[in-house]
Ligand binder design. Structure first.
Ligand code: SF4
Ligand code: SF4
Length: 865
């Protein structure tokens, strides 16, 4: 069974998938020999003319350089030197339009050529035939040689492989339409190409060397076979004509056609034992090794209907395309196309000032008629023609959709980078979709994204290294500090005195800390005072609320109306007197009443009844009052029926006690005391009465002294029986007069603002309500109320919470009559005050009526006597 090698030797060929047969359009230049063009005045030399990293410029503006001098050194493994194509001066290093489909600019060295340039003189010394592979590789590298078939991959890199190579393939297919540069080179310089092939064979030692040439170039095939025979090479160097089909010149496709091998995904030809070099590259290697001429020029096909002298020209690198076209008789047109490369894989040039670079093999200056514009893009109809012609066996329509969606993952998944951008798919697409353009843009975006990702990864790595370094430094500092502390501790251990002082200081600090903690636990005196005040306030509030509730339920409506009417009548009457001062009115009424008092029995009985009623009302108004007090009041009422004198005397004693209670208050107004005293003193016409009053005052004083803060209110009432022994008729009258005066004063105070109209309206009712019994009851009620108020005020005065400002009765500025505590509104609800005023009015009316009655009786008695 024959091996692949045997089959290759037998001349067997294979076929790749797809392919198209476009018109060749090589007629204008296929028979043209290589022509030399004069070196232009200026050369524009880009730093990046190859695959991989751009070279690093090593000259400056103004430098005079010689032909072949390195202008920019290769930067990295995949890179290439950039040399001066001619003697001259560096006049600029700047951005210049690039020979690239993007139309962007790139950093370019501008070299102004000297007039004395000599194209012929060698740059390097030729290498001998015994030169080592390393010397040859170094020469190739130094000469800046890259692949001249189109990819422009650094040749030294491709030849540096250590893998065993079965096949060295020389690519002379040149399948693109218009291009005849390699064809002309094989025809004109076949011997140099063969010498170059022998140099390459020396470097990689392949088992077979295959020179592949399309069968539409018969002259090139003959030239190469002749050169091989002249060189007397072995039989392992073959010239193999292959069928003309596009893109048979593709590296992968050519390998498959010649060896039946396919390059796996992500692999290189060297991985399967194959190295492919262009015939022009072999020529350049021979020039560098044998003639000492680096890659400073290349063969360029200039064609198209806009140039009058199409042909294959040897052009110095850096020559502007415009200059080249002009030298070829270029005739610009309104709608022209300047294409770099072939019409299938080439690109339209945006700026014809861009220079010829190492990869430039063809310039087409075509009119719109020769290369019409493609029709407008239509939607994919999924005809599948693109897939049928794709030499890489891809799915062009799928790739187009993913490229439009910028779905990079899907593009990679569908082997976008296996596309050789041959353009066969777009050539057959009925929808005129520029498929290759989509693929080129998508590849650029993915490469950019990968570069950014790589940069981010490097940045992250630098950051992590920095953090690790900082952490390491921190740990080292801490370790040094720890060691220093241990040293100090060891030094201090030998000094006992210092240790003792330190211990003493520690004890003092600990002691201070303990004191500072205990201090806040001491009870503050202010806290205790605040608690006592709070308790007193709560107690007083409870007492006030109970008093208010009791008062609201004890009012007799009828009595209230009668009393109010009487009070208004009295007020009206008092206004009619010359003096409008209420105090004077009160005094006058009291004096008159006392002077006119008599021993009338009925009057005394009425006063006793009033007193009993007053006590009953007072008890109703204070439900919280002790049961004992109520029980004491009952017997007093019952006994009043038996001994009228005693009750009258008790009334006198109570009035005195009230006066004493007022006097006992340090802040009580003097006016109030003076009101009560004169009323009694002025009534002392009778000696006995004055003596009785004095006794009553003494008793009242004793009671007032007993009335300490904790003394119960009942104390005043308990003192009444002791006064009973001093009661006589005069005393009773005096007491009645005092009660009348008090009631009158209360009535005036209760209605200080009453309108005259109201008083006039009440007049008839007063006259009709003059009932003796009611008057007495009202007088008694008023007295009882006054007494209860006196007790309450007295008790509050000695309560813990009481203060002068709170308990003092506000002077009755409006009335000016009775500014005592008993009659003040302090601690009394409005309803209670009203009741008191009603009762007082009734008592006053009754007392007045009695006085008048007694006066008449006296007069009658006098007349009778
Ligand atoms: S050839 Fe064009 S229309 Fe047909 S499937 Fe491919 S992309 Fe779509
Ligand atoms: S350009 Fe790419 S996708 Fe289109 S035919 Fe060529 S290799 Fe296939």
């Amino acid at each position: 069974m024959k091996t692949i090698l045997n089959l290759v030797d037998d001349g067997q060929l294979w076929q790749f998938h797809g392919g198209i047969y476009p018109p060749s359009r090589k007629e204008r230049t296929k028979d043209q020999p290589i022509s030399l063009l004069p070196v232009p005045q200026q050369l524009f030399i880009p730093l990046s003319q190859h695959s991989g990293a751009a070279a690093v410029v090593c000259v400056a503006v103004g430098d005079n350089v010689t032909k072949g001098q390195v202008l920019a050194k290769a930067d990295g493994f995949i890179s290439a030197n950039v040399l001066a194509p001619s003697d001259g001066t560096i006049t600029a290093i700047c951005q210049h339009p690039a020979c690239h489909p993007s139309g962007l600019t790139t950093e370019t060295i501008t070299l102004t050529v000297n007039d004395t340039d000599e194209q012929a003189h060698p740059v390097f010394a030729p290498l001998s035939t015994q030169a080592t592979p390393a010397e040859i590789l170094e020469r190739v590298k130094a000469s800046g040689i890259t692949g001249l078939g189109g990819a422009s991959f650094p040749t030294s890199v491709k030849l540096s492989t250590k893998r065993p190579i079965d096949y060295l393939i020389l690519n002379g297919v040149e399948c693109e339409p218009y291009i005849t540069a390699d064809d002309s080179l094989m025809r004109d310089r076949a011997n140099d190409i063969v010498q170059g092939i022998l140099t390459l064979k020396q470097l990689i030692s392949p088992k077979r060397v295959i020179i592949a040439i399309e069968d539409n170039k018969p002259e090139a095939i003959k030239a190469m076979e002749k050169a091989l025979s002249v060189a007397n090479v072995d039989s392992h160097i073959l010239v193999r004509p292959i069928p003309t089909v596009y893109p048979a010149g593709g590296e992968k496709q050519l390998i498959e056609v010649l060896t039946s091998k396919q390059i796996p995904k992500g692999k290189l030809p060297a991985d399967i034992g194959v190295v492919v070099q262009n015939v022009a590259t072999a020529y350049a290697v021979n020039q560098a090794v044998t003639h000492g001429q680096p890659l400073l020029e290349r063969i360029v096909t200039v064609s198209g209907d806009l140039v009058s002298r199409p042909g294959n020209y040897q052009v110095p690198l850096g020559t502007s395309i415009e200059t080249l076209l002009m030298q070829c008789g270029f005739k610009p047109a309104s709608k022209q196309k300047i294409i770099v490369g072939g019409p299938m894989m080439g690109f339209a040039l945006h700026d014809i000032s861009a220079p010829v670079v190492k990869a430039t093999n063809c310039i087409i200056a075509a009119s719109i008629n020769e290369l019409p514009d493609a029709p407008s893009e239509q939607n994919c109809i999924r005809c599948g023609d693109c897939e049928q012609v794709c030499p890489a066996e891809l799915l062009p329509q799928q790739l187009q959709w993913f490229a439009k969606d910028k779905d990079h993952d899907k593009l990679i998944e569908h082997d976008l980078f296996d596309c050789i951008e041959c353009g066969a798919c777009a050539y057959v697409c009925p929808s005129a979709i520029p498929l290759v353009q989509y693929y080129r843009v998508a590849k650029a975006e993915i490469r950019t994204a990968e570069q950014e990702k790589l940069q981010a990864a490097r940045a992250k790595e630098r950051y992590e290294l920095r953090q690790a370094r900082l952490e390491r430094d921190k740990q080292e500092r801490e370790e040094r500090s720890r060691l220093a502390a241990e040293k100090r501790k060891a030094a201090m251990a030998g000094n006992k005195d210092q240790d003792a002082i330190a211990a003493a200081l520690a004890r003092v600090k600990a002691k201070k800390a303990g004191q500072s903690v205990e201090e806040p636990t001491k009870e503050q005196p202010n806290d205790r005072v605040a608690a006592a005040i709070a308790r007193a306030k709560a107690k007083k509030a409870q007492a006030n609320s109970s008093t208010t509730e009791a008062d609201s339920t004890s009012q007799n409506e009828q009595q209230s109306r009668v009393a109010a009417a009487i009070a208004r009548a009295k007020a009206k009457k008092s206004q009619a007197k010359p003096s409008h001062n209420d105090e004077q009115v009160s005094k006058t009424v009291t004096e008159v009443s006392v002077e006119n008092t008599s021993d009338d029995k009925k009057a005394r009985i009425a006063a006793a009844v009033a007193k009993a009623k007053a006590k009953t009302q007072a008890k109703k108004a204070q439900p919280d009052e002790s049961p004992e007090a109520l029980e004491e009041a009952e017997p007093s009422v019952n006994s009043a029926a038996d001994d009228k004198k005693a009750r009258i005397a008790a009334a006198v004693a109570k009035a005195k006690a009230k006066a004493q209670a007022k006097k006992a208050q340090p802040d009580e107004s003097p006016e109030a005391l003076e009101e009560a005293e004169p009323s009694v003193n002025s009534a002392a016409d009778d000696k006995k009465a004055r003596i009785a009053a004095a006794v009553a005052k003494a008793k009242a004083k004793a009671q007032a002294k007993k009335a300490q803060p904790d003394e119960p209110p009942e104390a005043f009432e308990e003192a009444e029986p002791s006064v009973d022994s001093a009661a006589d008729d005069k005393k009773a009258r005096i007491a009645a007069a005092v009660a009348k005066a008090k009631a009158k004063a209360q009535a005036k105070k209760a209605q200080p603002d009453e309108s005259p109209e109201a008083l006039e309206e009440a007049e008839p009712s007063v006259n009709s309500a003059a009932d003796d019994k009611k008057a007495r009851i009202a007088a008694a009620v008023a007295k009882a109320k006054a007494k209860a108020q006196a007790k309450k005020v007295k008790t509050d005065d000695y309560s813990p919470k009481a203060t002068p400002s709170e308990d003092m009765v506000e002077p009755t500025e409006n009335s000016g009559i009775v500014p005592t505590k008993e009659l003040s509104n302090e601690g009394i609800s409005p309803e209670d005050a009203k009741k008191a005023r009603v009762a007082a009015a009734v008592a006053k009316a009754k007392a007045k009526a009695l006085a008048r009655k007694q006066g008449r009786h006296s007069n009658d008695d006098n007349q009778n006597s």
